[in-house]
Design a protein around this ligand. Sequence first.
Ligand code: ADP
Ligand code: TRP
Length: 322
Amino acid sequence: MRVLSGIQPTGRFHWGNYFGAIRQYIDLQYEAEDAFYFIANLHALTTVRDRDELAGLTMDAALDLLALGLEPDKATLFVQSDVPEVSELCWLLMTGAPLGLLERCHAYKDKKARGISADAGLFAYPVLMAADILAYDSDTIPVGEDQGQHIEVCRDLAASFNHHYGETFVMPKAKIIDTTARVPGIDGEKMSKSYNNILALFEEPKVLRKQIMRIKTDSRPMEDPKEPDDDHLFQLYSLFANDEQREEMAAKYRHGGFGYGEVKKALADLAIDYFDGPRQKRLELEADPERVRKILADGAKRASEKAGEVLRRAQKACGVKI
Ligand code: ADP
Ligand code: TRP
């Protein structure tokens, strides 16, 4: 299994990103023969237009991923723009990408439907994503459900290139991350930076506790029983609780006679404890930016070697390398 995935540095990572995506990437690094993970700063350029902000978010993403357990000797971690071969490959794919296919892609379509003017970067976003994937001969792409369509586009582009020029690209497959594990935000809706309802991964414990105490709850009287699985606070608690803690809390819900304040406190205690190790690790890494830059540079070198090999194969196939 050759795994690859990318994550955009468009905001601080939150619990949804971790439990819905990052944790699975980290687990896969132990199973894969090869794992490439990158920070998709070229994709982020379609939304983040402030230089310092983009540079800062890119470094933060690297610190977060390493602090959360990504191991540079197991997985290759790099910044997307450090591998220019991918942008060249993107052009080769662009020349064979039907407009109609891209028009149907949701990143562009949704923006257009909302009357927001889109640029060519957003329109061509799935082609760059296809180049990201094909450049490493990856076969397994762990992504959230929202990215499934883009993987299909990648497969279409790879198939039509292979059909026209002969077998060149490995056909990748999406590994859709369990969507039942959707993490709710502090208002009970899906946690998302666009909804302003996030709990950030590396929030200061004191601030995090305050934010948890503000999670929206209903006005059920203390003594009334409640079905735990319908409650977003319980869902958040379950992310961190072991089976015994979860069962104990579920029994309280079903029995009644408990207050939400008690659940929030228990959630804050568990969450702060859960992220304590990564928080310490992040502080160490933050104090040593050179080490992080070296990890990213080594990753980019490894990634470039592989992407160069695939690019040359594609260039030969279509006749731009003679
Ligand atoms: P956001 O919604 O905050 O903009 P992104 O769209 O950048 O987050 O998501 C990055 C990754 O994190 C994707 O793989 C996505 O499926 C996952 N993800 C984001 N929010 C959640 C959530 N609330 N629950 C589960 N997974 C999530
Ligand atoms: N578009 C993906 C997202 O927004 C990020 C991404 C870019 C990606 N290139 C990729 C994911 C290649 C998987 C494979 O989440």
